[in-house]
Design a protein around this ligand. Structure first.
Ligand SMILES: NC(=O)c1ccc[n+]([C@@H]2O[C@H](COP(=O)([O-])OP(=O)(O)OC[C@H]3O[C@@H](n4cnc5c(N)ncnc54)[C@H](OP(=O)(O)O)[C@@H]3O)[C@@H](O)[C@H]2O)c1
Length: 259
């Protein structure tokens, strides 16, 4: 299926590894020129070649997102697609009372305000572009509140809510959609210091045991791959989904048991 994305331009945040890297790769394969943002680049990102411009920027800062979009406009001449992917999670093993104001501020900066600031800077440049749209990587935790990641859950709930509001304000000129993955096989879950190692270490279990328990919780019996999330994002970014806006696509192997 030709997705009709060839020749378009995109900005992807959190693009050096994991889901953002897979999204960048997927867009490049469709003929899109991408500005890929992270604090540092990676060999895998560099290998994607001349269709990718890496911008190294800390998106948790107030000025980082506007700096990124300014650089992207200079590099691309205009932006057709914005993918808000950057985010991070810190398991709160000490419970609600252990989460400080500083913890909350850091989570809200990276998991909500980074996307809000990036959209605020990008929307004037998306306006007037045929097929312009925004896809944001939220999480099942937006509607699956979890005390182990309660600040992350609250941040993702706010993020999905803002995106739904924006779909109403910006339609029909700019489509706005979200994807909500369950556990995905990236460093966030599986890396050193990731969710599995952190939760396992606190509970006397190995990281593998934590992963196996999580896998067993979903009907599919496994984590989602970064590429499976990326394929959904690339489809939503394409003209093939031209009448899809305000939608949230759950990609969780059936983890969420309700409709
Ligand atoms: N993995 C999952 O199970 C899962 C499930 C649901 C939703 N999600 C969401 O999917 C998104 C991507 O997650 P992932 O699993 O791919 O994470 P990841 O593997 O940890 O990758 C995070 C990416 O964001 C970049 N990044 C982190 N902090 C940054 C900052 N302050 N400024 C700029 N870039 C920054 C990282 O590069 P640098 O470190 O070089 O900056 C990296 O490229 C996040 O929004 C996450 O909440 C993930």
């Amino acid at each position: 299926m030709d997705l009709g994305l060839a020749g378009r331009t995109a900005v992807v945040t959190g693009a050096s590894r994991g889901i953002g890297l897979a999204i960048t790769r997927g867009l490049v394969e469709e003929g899109v020129t991408v500005v890929a943002a992270a604090r540092s680049t990676s060999p895998s990102l560099d290998e994607l070649g001349g269709s990718v411009h890496v911008v190294q920027v800390d998106l948790s800062t107030p000025d980082g997102p506007a700096t990124l979009i300014g650089a992207a406009v200079d590099l691309l001449g205009g932006i057709d697609v914005l993918v808000n992917n950057v985010g991070a999670v810190h398991p709160r093993l000490g419970g609600f009372l252990s989460v400080s104001d500083e913890d909350w501020a850091a989570t809200l900066d990276l998991d909500v305000l980074a996307a809000i600031r990036t959209m605020r800077a990008a929307i004037p440049h998306l306006t007037g572009r045929d097929g312009a749209n925004i896809v944001t990587v939220s999480s099942v935790n937006a509607f699956l509140p979890d005390p182990g990641v309660l600040d992350y859950s609250a941040a993702k709930a706010a993020l999905s809510n803002v995106c739904k509001s924006l779909s109403k304000e910006l339609g029909p000129a700019i489509r706005v959609n979200t994807v909500s993955p369950g556990p995905v096989a990236t460093d966030l879950w599986l890396g050193a210091g990731g969710v599995a190692a952190t939760v396992g270490g606190a509970g006397g279990r190995s990281a593998d045991e934590v992963v196996h328990a999580q896998e067993a919780a979903a009907p599919s019996g496994r984590f989602t791959t970064p590429r499976e999330v990326a394929d959904a994002v690339v489809f939503l970014a394409s003209p093939r989904s031209a009448n899809t806006t305000g939608a949230d696509l759950v990609i969780d192997g059936g983890l969420i048991p309700t409709l």
